[in-house]
Write a protein that binds this ligand. Structure first.
Ligand SMILES: Cc1cc2nc3c(=O)[nH]c(=O)nc-3n(C[C@H](O)[C@H](O)[C@H](O)COP(=O)(O)O)c2cc1C
Ligand SMILES: [Fe+2]
Ligand SMILES: [Fe+2]
Length: 409
């Protein structure tokens, strides 16, 4: 049974989080392996003459979400529902919630959000919908609610809400991460440290395709002065940021920009019978001699790491080494898929070295080169040859690694 946590975040204003801890999910968006699970966060604020709900929950968990909500409010009393983003991990519970609410609540969101909700759930759900524009303010329960659009974080519908008097940012997916942290907020540094790698993985897999918009949108919010002065940043997944709110947006900015960790080199390869691996042993030896810290993911007949984990490693790498065998005149299928996703979700200006092994005609290296040449990555060198590496191959590999390291520094 999936657990729901309900906790009061502050008394003035009276604010609650309703957090569904989904430890049953295996593949977020039917793709991304997340053994760490995910939470869907909804927030409820009780004001003078108004009860405002910020986002709902995933459709599958509607009943337990509503049970939890009923502990703090009669759903009929909800006067406003702010929909920051309509992806069904936040909107799925809306139709039933609105039914129970008797459609009294006004729904607030962008025009895109209205169109998407209508497409997902029908006309009934949007009959009391208030479209807001970027920067628009509404006075609700004696407070000023400012709506700021952050398009492509990660859908066209996306916006955040800033409650001006209380300096609260409700940010839905922006600022979110995978994982089910044991704490509700960021007050325990140990919890935060464990959680942040799941945030990177979330950013790359979910928002990565649009990562330039992360940087743009956070710049926009910073420009408005609200990040600096925010008392809380309250995302739709993972930890609520109450102690050091701007930290999460700064973290997002760094991941969005692909800021590297010193000396980290990401090494990804397949090896069916050990020939690519022999080359990689040489590569790793040279990298270590040069003081680099390789992080290795390999596909063999005994292991197949999660592609979502590999994606999460890309933004902080200084450089990449991609090794592949030729397989039926193609790049080995595992590396092909991994590379395809890296180029789509984690396309950064970083140097790449390609290493290949083949039997009767090498094409993997050439095909990777072509893919890389169409991306933001910089091709440093390709070292590809037949079967086991010769002494000449070893010399070329070591030289190529030195070139890669020089490029990265
Ligand atoms: C299923 C399969 C398909 C292969 N297809 C090709 C191919 O199309 N062209 C080629 O030159 N070698 C091909 N090879 C040979 C491998 O690329 C070669 O043995 C390489 O050294 C394998 O390195 P590894 O053992 O590290 O995976 C194939 C091997 C296997 C097992
Ligand atoms: Fe989303
Ligand atoms: Fe989400």
């Amino acid at each position: 049974m999936v657990a729901v946590r309900v906790e009061q975040l502050c008394t003035d204003p009276e604010l609650y989080i309703i957090r569904v801890d989904d430890d049953r999910i295996k593949y977020f968006e039917a793709t991304w392996e997340i053994p760490e699970g995910i939470t869907y966060n909804s927030y409820l604020m009780k004001l003078d003459g108004a009860v405002v709900l910020f986002d709902a929950s995933k459709g599958e968990y509607t009943d337990i979400f509503l049970d939890a909500l009923r502990k703090i409010v009669d759903p009929k009393e909800i006067t406003h529902i702010i929909v920051h983003h309509t992806e069904p991990d936040h909107s799925g519970a809306l139709p039933k919630l609105l039914e129970e609410n008797g459609h009294r609540a006004q729904i607030i969101g962008t025009q895109f959000a209205r169109n998407l909700l209508q497409g997902f759930y029908g006309d009934e759900v949007v009959k009391n919908f208030k479209v807001v524009k970027d920067g628009e303010e509404l006075s609700i329960g004696g407070k000023t609610f400012r709506f700021i659009t952050v398009p492509w974080l990660h859908w066209p519908d996306t916006m955040i809400t800033y409650v001006v008097e209380d300096r609260l940012i409700f940010s839905c997916d922006a600022g979110g991460g995978y994982g089910i942290p044991e704490a509700i907020d960021d007050s325990d540094e140990k919890v935060v440290e464990e959680y942040l790698p799941h945030v990177t993985k979330y950013i790359v897999t979910v928002i990565g395709h649009y990562h330039k918009y992360i940087v743009q949108n956070i710049k926009k919010l910073k420009g408005l002065g609200i990040v600096e002065e925010a008392k809380m940043i309250l995302p739709g997944h993972g930890l609520a940021w109450c102690k050091n709110p701007k930290r999460i947006f700064e973290f997002y900015e760094a991941v969005g920009a692909g800021v590297p960790e010193k000396d980290k080199v990401l090494v990804i390869y397949d090896s069916m019978y050990g020939f690519v691996e022999k080359r990689m042993e040489i590569v790793l030896d040279e990298l270590k001699k040069l003081g680099k810290k390789p992080v290795v993911y390999r596909f063999t007949d005994k292991e197949a790491p999660a592609v979502s984990d590999i994606l999460g490693e890309v933004p902080s790498a200084e450089a990449l080494v991609i090794g592949a065998s030729t397989y039926e005149a193609e790049i080995h299928p595992r590396v092909r898929y991994t590379l395809y996703e890296i180029l789509d979700k984690a396309n950064y200006e970083k140097p790449v070295l390609i290493v290949g092994a083949f039997g009767w005609g090498g094409v993997a290296g050439k095909k990777i080169e072509t893919l890389i040449s169409r991306s933001k990555f910089d091709l440093v060198d390709t070292v590809e040859s037949r079967g086991r590496p010769t002494e000449e191959d070893e010399r070329r590999l070591r030289e190529a690694v030195r070139k890669l390291v020089a490029w990265a520094s």
